[in-house]
Design a protein around this ligand. Structure first.
Ligand code: ADP
Ligand code: MG
Length: 209
């Protein structure tokens, strides 16, 4: 059983850690992550270890910094101190000659391809159909052929009971259906078989519907 502990005192601090068995590299390893917005210190030295194949939940009061930590894992927020590794990548930086250099936007985008994110507000493109929403990133960013992306999208939609809604627009779907499309979009993004999939889901009124 992974040991999970989190100390919440207005802001997130402390450790959230799972045990990684001998020699196995953690899927995610964040060490001493600090992040402030202006004068608000949100993350105060957070350590997070996620073993491969595990499901990890970040639980804490609203405003305690869960989303901020997830955004740091993707370098959507720049950390003030600490380091984050996802698989082999040091997120956002390259180590050269013992110093850290921030990566170009292009290089960060490449790292993000192995990380899927489902946003709390699903952020589907309103002018694209369900299938187009799912295929957009694999085709434009991942270089996947449109036909192959479309096939993968269909298979994923089938799994979540939305096979018949491929050509619907987000506004024609319920909140829960939109959420499932957003999950499929995260799963379809990046090379097949990649391991890190993150969810930042609100258990809001739309959940499950
Ligand atoms: N871009 C930002 N600028 C200023 N403050 C922010 C920003 N993003 C988040 N915060 C603040 O950081 C704190 C943590 O927010 P967040 O990580 O969204 O919390 P949670 O996801 O745990 O509800 C909150 O006080 C929020 O107001
Ligand atoms: Mg949040």
């Amino acid at each position: 059983m992974p040991a999970v502990s989190e100390h919440v005192s207005g802001q997130v601090s402390g450790q959230v850690s799972g045990q990684v068995s001998g020699g196995e590299r953690p899927l995610v390893e964040a060490l001493g992550v600090h992040k402030s917005f202006e004068r608000t210190e949100v993350l105060r030295g957070v350590d997070l270890v996620v073993p491969p194949g595990s499901v990890t939940c970040l639980v804490g009061p609203s405003g305690s910094g869960k989303t901020t930590l997830l955004r740091c894992l993707d370098h959507l927020e720049r950390v003030d101190a600490g380091s984050i590794r996802v698989g082999e990548h040091l997120i956002g930086y390259a180590e050269r000659g013992g110093r850290l250099h921030e990566l170009s936007d292009r290089a960060v985008s490449r790292q993000r391809r192995s990380i899927g994110m489902v946003f709390q507000r699903f952020n589907l493109f309103p002018h694209l159909t369900v299938a187009q929403n799912i295929c957009e990133a694999p085709v434009r960013v991942g270089g996947v052929a449109r036909g192959a992306a479309r096939e993968r999208a269909s298979a994923l939609l089938e799994r979540v009971g939305l096979a018949a809604r491929e050509d619907a627009y987000p506004a024609q779907l319920s909140g829960g259906q939109q959420q499932r499309v957003a999950i499929d979009r995260a799963l379809c993004h990046g090379p097949p078989g990649d391991a890190v999939r993150r969810a930042d889901l609100g258990a809001g009124p739309g959940a499950g519907r």
